[in-house]
Design a protein around this ligand. Structure first.
Ligand SMILES: Nc1ncnc2c1ncn2[C@@H]1O[C@H](COP(=O)(O)OP(=O)(O)OP(=O)(O)O)[C@@H](O)[C@H]1O
Ligand SMILES: [Mg+2]
Length: 262
């Protein structure tokens, strides 16, 4: 078997997202201000698998929403490389399930393609290919409430992949599943990243997961989220938690978070 690449394409270092001096302040219903993000400078390279680690409330979801253009920055700028656009080629697996409860799996996954005018026949072929890729063959006609949490996450991933994203944003997508399912989903997303030409920005509060998946890890401070650390991960894939380099990185990241995730 040929070894799978690790930091595929990042050697070319073309820019997918350029973020400068980014800040976000929310005004709450009670009239107070909450500063969610402060002074973030970051260049995301095309083809990289960037994982973002941070404690709850530090601004991770806000950060992804700003990248997707679902919310606007109060300070600084986000520039996406030419051709990247939400609704076109940016997939988003949200923190909370976003399948339409009244649509079957196949109709949920096919919806984005339908909106883009993909013919019924092409949609059917593509959807069935995707569902078998994420391990949901046989559940095409199930409704979301008939699926387990892990299966719903698989369907949400298929839904995001249906638009052939060049950029895939994932917000703690495996947070609500058991360890075995989480392991399966982590393997699946690594393979999908290796098979496809896409950049992934993946948010988690699990250090282990950040190291297992990322070609680079960005550590955010507590709110307001600022960049507290950055780690290039050169370990070969599939990664082994028992490897001493893995545990060294784990300890180093843990120190940089000064107990925030404990
Ligand atoms: N629409 C909003 N209005 C007011 N405050 C908001 C809004 N969205 C987020 N916030 C605040 O911004 C901060 C960051 O929220 P965010 O959801 O980005 O955190 P997070 O890092 O994703 O947390 P978690 O790990 O729990 O998902 C929080 O204090 C939150 O209360
Ligand atoms: Mg969040």
């Amino acid at each position: 078997m040929t070894p799978k690449p690790n930091n595929r394409k990042t050697s070319e270092k073309t820019t997918a997202i350029e973020i400068r001096g980014l800040g976000k302040v929310f005004h709450t219903d009670l009239g107070t201000k909450v500063r969610a993000l402060q002074n973030i400078d970051l260049t995301v390279h095309s083809g990289e698998f960037l994982t973002i680690l941070g404690a709850t409330g530090c601004g991770k979801s806000t950060f992804l929403n700003l990248i997707a253009g679902l919310d606007a920055p109060d300070e600084g700028s986000i520039r996406l490389s030419d051709g990247l656009q939400f609704g076109e080629n940016i997939g988003y697996v949200f923190q909370h399930y976003t399948l339409f409860p009244w649509r079957t799996v196949v109709k949920n996954v096919g919806f984005a393609q339908q909106m883009r005018g993909v013919s019924k026949r092409a949609r059917k072929r593509k959807t069935s290919e995707l569902l078998s890729r994420v391990g949901l063959a046989g559940f095409e006609n199930a409704y979301p409430h008939e699926l387990s949490g892990g299966m719903r996450q698989r369907a949400a991933i298929a839904q995001a992949l249906a638009m052939k994203p060049k950029l895939l944003l994932m917000d703690e997508p495996f947070g609500a599943v058991d360890d075995a399912t989480r392991g399966d989903l982590q393997n699946m997303i690594t393979e999908l990243w290796q098979e496809n030409d896409m950049t992934i920005v993946f948010v988690t509060h699990n250090i282990d997961e950040a190291i297992l998946l990322g070609s680079r890890i960005l550590v955010l401070s507590e709110r307001p989220g600022r960049i507290a650390g950055e780690f290039e991960i050169d370990l070969s894939r599939p990664r082994d938690r028992m490897n001493s380099e893995f545990t060294d990185i784990f300890m180093e990241i843990r120190r940089s978070l000064s107990g925030q995730l404990d």
